[in-house]
Design a protein around this ligand. Structure first.
Ligand code: GLV
Ligand code: GLV
Length: 321
């Protein structure tokens, strides 16, 4: 009998067919609604492989009941929704999709940076609300991007791709990371600084770290208070790295100038989220890697990881602990 793969989201036929060539496939048939937790729990009790997304909590309880599970492949680079220790304890492999989405996510991060700096969403609102009046000297004036200091916290693949974009705008690039990246320093001209110096001197503070116990709420009240009051905060990694209450206060009190956010602590947020009540917040619904090309590549890569895992081959991109 063929191994059983459960897919937590409706995927295009060609992806499903690829798996069906070697597996029996079960799938949550909705594209825009995550699988209910009780369905996921039940499917995991028999599945040999799981194809999942960032919105599926693959927790310890589920993993411990998954008698046959050999591989969890997530269609994402971030895997904070999966209990990796519980999986490791049961020799279940975890695969993700690094690299393939780095440039696409950097494009979006830079778009967010530019939109927040130049108040693009506010400008769009002004026109739509029929509020464009006579020319005014300081109407919708924002922050310069060129030659400003770009501070990147977390210099992984995506951080590097953001930094590279900054060089095209003649930005002064500083970074903070667990380890120094001499290659990146040479190639991009980025300078390593302590976190405090990055916060205190950057015009744009960009968080690009994975979400872990260590980075939980690393952007707290203290961190925002260290930032320049003209600075703009950008987050396109994970919402959990930010204390949103502290961010709200910082934006409201003028401790910082604005924020561009593609991620939130509890997604999806709704229109009554406090941060959305502030005009200096540019918010997007977690679309960092959402280009057509990249999402196809991520889906194909995830299907490949499943096939590799079930054949007993080493999946190309295993999460390393
Ligand atoms: C998306 O947020 C991802 O981790 O790929
Ligand atoms: C993702 O690919 C990262 O390491 O930043």
């Amino acid at each position: 009998t063929k191994p059983y793969v459960y897919m937590t989201r409706k995927m295009p036929a060609s992806i499903v067919e690829k798996l069906e060539a070697e597996c029996d496939v079960g799938m949550w048939e909705k594209e825009e609604e995550p699988v209910p937790e009780e369905v996921l729990e039940k499917e995991l009790q028999t599945a040999d492989a799981l194809f999942c997304t960032i919105s599926d909590p693959v927790n310890k309880e589920n993993i411990n009941q998954a008698e046959n599970l050999k591989i969890i492949a997530t269609m994402a680079v971030g895997f904070n929704n999966i209990d990796v220790e519980a999986a490791a304890a049961r020799n279940i492999q975890i695969a993700h999709t690094p690299g393939v989405l780095s440039e696409t996510t950097a494009d979006l991060t830079f778009a967010l940076l530019m939109a927040a700096a130049r108040r693009i969403p506010e400008g769009i609102e002004v026109i739509k609300n029929n509020e464009w009046g006579a020319w005014a000297p300081f109407f919708l004036t924002g922050q310069d991007i060129h030659q400003a200091r770009l501070g990147i916290i977390g210099m992984g693949r995506i951080g590097e791709a953001v930094a590279k974009r900054g060089t095209g705008f003649d930005m002064d690039i500083v970074y903070h990371n667990r380890s120094r990246k001499p290659e990146t320093e040479k190639e991009i001209g980025a300078r390593y600084v302590e976190l405090d110096e990055l916060l205190e001197t950057s015009d744009f503070v960009c968080v690009m770290t994975p979400y872990t116990n260590e980075t939980h709420h690393m952007m707290n009240r203290e961190a925002f208070q260290k930032m320049k009051n003209t600075a703009i905060f950008i987050n396109s990694s994970r919402g959990g790295t930010v204390d949103e209450e502290a961010l709200f206060e910082a934006l409201k009190n003028g401790d910082i100038r604005g924020a561009g956010l593609d991620v939130f602590e509890n997604e999806p947020i709704s229109a009554d989220h406090r941060l959305l009540s502030l005009p200096n917040v540019t918010a997007l619904p977690h679309i960092g890697s959402a280009s057509e090309n990249t999402r196809w590549k991520m889906a194909e890569m995830t299907a490949n990881h499943i096939l590799q895992g079930l054949r007993g081959e080493k999946p190309d991109h295993l999460v390393s602990l």
